[in-house]
Design a protein around this ligand. Structure first.
Ligand SMILES: Cc1cc2nc3c(=O)[nH]c(=O)nc-3n(C[C@H](O)[C@H](O)[C@H](O)COP(=O)(O)OP(=O)(O)OC[C@H]3O[C@@H](n4cnc5c(N)ncnc54)[C@H](O)[C@@H]3O)c2cc1C
Length: 435
């Protein structure tokens, strides 16, 4: 076990996706000391995942090369779990930890998929759409496998295209949004040429694949793993044999760290001003935690945050116009892919909602708040700390999420104890209120 080195920076960036990489590059251009930390083995985030440059989009290659040429200290495979004191973050790796001291902080923690429970959703081979894509990127063989892609949001199309390119047979893409909303979304893209080009490319990549609007999974069936899935397609039922169900209901921003650090959250997103500054002193935020808007918005927000945190506001200001355009796209996404009420009826009595603690829907219905459900059923108290069941119960029961308490991810007690020992006089080590 490493002894917990301490590193000091002018700017620390948490999150190594497009927003974080752009922030680190732009902050470093100001000549300040910059550190970036990400919990994956290499930088890239969700969309630019993987170390190989083959097959990566041009932007990914460009930004990954830029960060290598700047004076940025990279901490990969480390996760920020706690802020032991103002201006210091605890980064935990698989077998070590370190403390990162900052003057300015940029949070670029991205988003995760939203999962909704339905009968059979915990069967092996029922996976998040982006999760399955990530596993294929990491080597899971998919050639010849029959895949149903379901849920909502543009990620479904990107995943279907990716899996097909790698030899999967995409049987159907089920999108819960209606044809009317989708048509409105398509019209709104006029004036966003980059998005139209992306959409046309996706259309070509999934040409010939069946696409159903007003459609969602009702149940997944199988003995030991997924064998079939029943979908509702414009109110008609259809059961389809398949090897994988790739299922995700758009994205949920990762705001836990921002909330822990005292940044104000509004409607589920971190509040920022024009410089991407949050309401907490010296803390900026960029990318998906401020709104789900795709890679272009993440990149431009990351650059603004990086320039602002590095002390170059004039350079940040030049990007305000571009950000405005991409924020419009984020609003269209929110409107088009908001969940329809019928999805609340998906779980049956015994459908597990909190899969870490095995809590079924019937036990949650008895409660009127997230806090009560947590206290009485342990819902949200397992290893994922409510990251999966929290957004699901928020949609199913309209419960508001609770306050966030450290550590925001499960952390090793020995690391927390070592930190506490450093800060308390001998014999009085205290962490998380436990003596
Ligand atoms: C599973 C998934 C797959 C996706 N696939 C695609 C796709 O194929 N095509 C597409 O157009 N869009 C895809 N997206 C959307 C895409 O992520 C966004 O459009 C955009 O790229 C987000 O960039 P970002 O930098 O804001 O966040 P991200 O790319 O999500 O980067 C955030 C990074 O921060 C890290 N992180 C978070 N918290 C911590 C912490 N406490 N400590 C350390 N590191 C932390 C995360 O692990 C992640 O690497 C996907 C999204 C998800 C959730």
């Amino acid at each position: 076990m490493a002894s917990g080195l301490q590193h000091e920076f002018d700017v620390v960036v948490v999150g190594g996706g497009p927003a974080g990489i752009a922030a680190a590059v732009c902050a470093a251009e100001s000549g300040v000391r910059v550190g970036i930390v990400d919990d994956n083995p290499v930088l890239g985030g969700q969309i630019w995942r993987g170390s190989s440059e083959d097959g990566q989009p041009e932007d990914a290659v460009k930004w990954k090369q830029l960060i290598q040429t700047r004076a940025v200290t990279v901490f990969c495979g480390k996760r920020i779990v706690h802020q032991p004191e103002t201006g210091v973050l605890l980064a935990e790796g698989t077998d070590d930890f370190c403390e990162l001291r900052y003057r300015n902080l940029v949070l670029a923690t991205g988003a995760r998929e939203r999962f909704l429970p339905f009968p059979g959703w915990t069967l092996p081979n029922v996976m998040g759409a982006g999760g399955l894509q990530a596993m294929v990127k990491s080597g899971l063989p998919i050639r010849g496998k029959r895949v149903v892609v379901a849920g909502t949001g543009p990620l479904l199309l990107a995943v279907a295209a990716y899996l097909r390119q790698h030899g999967a047979e995409i049987i159907v893409i089920c999108e819960q949004a209606s044809w009317t909303s989708l048509a409105r979304f398509a019209m709104a893209l006029i004036g966003q040429p980059a998005k139209i080009i992306q959409a046309l490319k996706l259309k070509k990549d999934i040409a010939g694949v069946r696409f159903a609007a007003n459609s969602w999974p009702l149940a997944a069936h199988g003995q030991n793993a997924l064998e079939r899935v029943t979908i509702s397609r414009a109110a008609e039922l259809e059961t389809i044999e398949c090897d994988y169900l790739a299922c995700g209901f758009h994205l949920v921003p990762n705001i836990e760290l921002a909330a822990l650090l005292g940044c104000q959250i509004h409607n589920g997103y971190v509040q920022v001003d024009e410089w991407q500054r949050t309401t907490a002193a010296a803390i900026f935020c960029a990318g998906e935690p401020t709104g789900i808007g795709g890679v272009e918005l993440s990149l431009v927000e990351g650059q603004i945050a990086g320039f602002a945190a590095g002390g170059r506001p004039a350079d940040a200001q030049k990007l305000f116009g571009a950000r405005q355009k991409f924020r419009r796209f984020a609003r269209y996404l929110d409107q088009t892919f908001c969940l329809c009420d019928e999805l609340r009826k998906l779980p049956s009595e015994d459908t597990i909602v909190c899969r870490c603690e095995d809590v079924p829907h019937s036990r949650l219905r008895e409660h009127t708040s997230w806090r009560a459900a947590k206290l009485y059923t342990r819902c949200g108290m397992g290893p994922c700390q409510g990251r999966v069941c929290g957004p699901a119960t928020e949609f199913l029961f309209q419960w508001k999420p609770d306050s966030v308490r450290p550590p925001i991810f499960p952390a090793r007690v020995e690391n927390l104890a070592a930190l506490a020992g450093r800060r308390e006089p001998e014999g009085k080590a205290v962490m998380g209120g436990v003596r």
